[in-house]
Design a binder for this molecule. Structure first.
Ligand code: NGO
Length: 531
């Protein structure tokens, strides 16, 4: 009874099911409800499921449990992932099988549940997750995971009991695009650090990982036709450390790992501004033919590719071709923000030339919302990073593009930028967009946020983490958690479920989970933590 002493009907429901179980003699653990843990109610999940029907006996995972999966490679992998999650803390063998009786079942049923939805049915005999695609099974597994005690996240055997409340969860996402961005340019993060963040995002049903691979301070991806980009342009970072870059094999390993967690990687090469690392690596990319020094500060807006020179487009073509070849995902992000040292006419001309290159390599353009000041290509998405007090003209420009068919990803900096400080005392981060406490980050509606934007233009939300002040995994976690869980809920849960008071209780229950995983997080006073 850790969390839910507040609502009487819920208590009655829990007690009801405990009594039922006790009467049936199903197991002894639940027979003394006052002192023993109850199963987490089905709606105490982040992001909150679209619909929940509690009822019936809980299921208890035991030593004998088996996991049955459909006989496809993807489904077997989701089964193996689930077993890997549960084995260390339960200590149970949990064999994954494609036939025979099993009390944990993953099922594929065409059509009904869409690309990412699922149904979870739990009762005395077991728990079944049904989906129409493996991504739905994977998201259902995340729900199952959160319905188990937080100690399931530990890496050593825990006492349990491993109860899953009885009933049905029917769930499907509100938005197709639910992203997080990591800036690996300002500070470089290793493949293992990126994987760690991927695992943390997967728990909240994110499906897009945007990697900001180049900026003034560092070029982080090997490009064979322009090798100095990585070897020289990647050799430093903010503050002057040694930086680093991903080899193509490293990058493919990130993409593979993300895919195994149902995240699509969106690579970004920021241009025409934010390009000092490239300009420093190749003198011929500069209008004056002189390479600037490498840059390790945090100013923005001073660098630009040379828009009139043909070599610029040869360079962009090579980079996009090689990056597209490494990218099974649909998107290629071309930046386009803060091109302050490029004239407006040059910016428009540049985007007119570069967007077709992305299309030529069969990718869809994403750009920061300044792209709407040029002519966004058909099908392009614009990523809005304005603030409440961004000018009406700029907002109207974005709305107009949306009316003309440009899809939007919403990343308002004064809500979703994970590098903004929570309070004045936050030791990391910046405050140019204001202070962003947990409630402010959560409490808005992407569907109605920008006036004049048709609902269908909003493809989803993304939480960027810029890393001028972020140097290690604990920093990533401290700035992302708890806010990124709220971004997940904004992206996944139906608008009708949006409620800070209910959310903060569910969020509080995530704290012990993060602790069990050894993650850092910010203990916001706005959240009623339970321990
Ligand atoms: C801005 C800027 C980035 C900074 C970030 C810091 C965008 C899209 N461009 O966001 O270069 O790192 O703010 O918060």
């Amino acid at each position: 009874m850790r969390r839910h002493h507040s609502t009487t009907p819920r208590m009655a429901r829990i007690l009801g099911s405990l009594l039922l179980v006790a009467a049936a003699g199903a197991f002894t653990v639940a027979a003394t409800p006052a002192s023993k843990p109850a199963a987490t109610p089905l709606d105490q999940v982040v992001p909150v499921p679209a619909s929940v029907t509690p009822g019936g006996s809980p299921y208890r995972i035991t030593h004998e449990a088996r996991i049955r999966v459909p006989d496809t490679r993807a489904a077997r992998q989701v089964g193996a992932y689930l077993a890997d999650l549960l084995r260390p803390s339960t200590g149970y063998p949990l064999p994954v099988t494609t036939r025979g009786p099993a009390d944990i079942q993953l099922r594929l049923q065409p059509g009904k549940f869409g690309a990412e939805g699922y149904r979870l049915d739990s009762g005395h005999g077991g728990v079944t997750i049904t989906a129409s695609a493996p991504a739905g099974l994977f998201h259902g597994v995340q729900t199952l995971r959160q319905l188990l005690p937080a100690s399931v996240e530990k890496k050593s055997v825990q006492p349990g009991p491993w109860l899953v409340a009885g009933g049905t969860v029917q769930d499907t996402p509100r938005f197709a695009y639910r992203g997080a961005m990591l800036d690996v340019s300002r500070h470089f993060f290793t493949v293992d650090q990126v994987k760690r963040y991927i695992d943390e995002l997967a728990l909240y049903k994110f499906n897009e990982l945007h990697l900001h691979l180049s900026d003034d301070q560092g070029w982080r991806i090997a490009i064979d036709s322009w090798p100095r980009l990585a070897t020289y342009g990647g050799s430093t970072q903010v503050g002057g450390g040694t930086g680093g870059h991903y080899t193509k094999a490293d990058y493919q390993e990130i993409v593979r790992y993300a895919a195994s967690r149902y995240l699509e990687v969106v690579p970004e090469i920021d241009m025409p501004g934010h390009t000092n690392a490239a300009l420093a690596s190749y003198a011929e990319l500069n209008c004056d033919g002189v390479a600037p020094s490498l840059y390790t500060g945090t100013e923005v807006g001073f660098s630009s590719l040379c828009v009139p020179k043909q070599i610029t487009y040869d360079f962009v073509d090579d980079v996009i071709r090689e990056l597209a070849a490494l990218t099974p995902g649909r998107y290629l992000h071309i930046g386009g923000d803060e091109a302050h040292s490029t004239s407006h006419a040059d910016y428009v001309a540049f985007m007119d030339k570069v967007q077709p290159i992305v299309a030529k390599y069969s990718k869809t353009v994403i750009g920061w919302h300044q792209l709407t000041g040029a002519t966004p290509a058909k099908g392009a998405l614009a990523q809005y990073w304005g603030l409440d007090d961004t000018s009406a003209e700029e907002k109207a420009q974005v709305a107009k593009a949306a009316q003309n068919g440009t899809g939007l990803i919403l990343s308002p900096a004064d809500r979703l930028y994970l590098d903004m400080k929570y309070t004045e005392d936050t030791p990391l981060g910046q405050d140019w967009a204001g202070l962003v406490e947990v409630r402010r980050s959560y409490d808005w509606d992407p569907g109605t946020y920008l006036a004049g934007v048709p609902g269908s233009a909003v493809r989803g939300v993304e939480a960027p983490l810029w890393t001028e002040t972020i140097t290690k995994s604990a920093d990533i976690e401290y700035m992302a958690f708890p806010r990124v869980a709220g971004v997940a809920e904004l992206g996944w849960s139906p608008a009708a479920t949006h409620d800070w008071d209910a959310y903060k209780v569910r969020l509080a229950a995530q704290g012990p989970r993060w602790e069990a995983r050894g993650m850092a997080y910010y203990r916001s006073p706005q959240v009623p933590w339970t321990d």
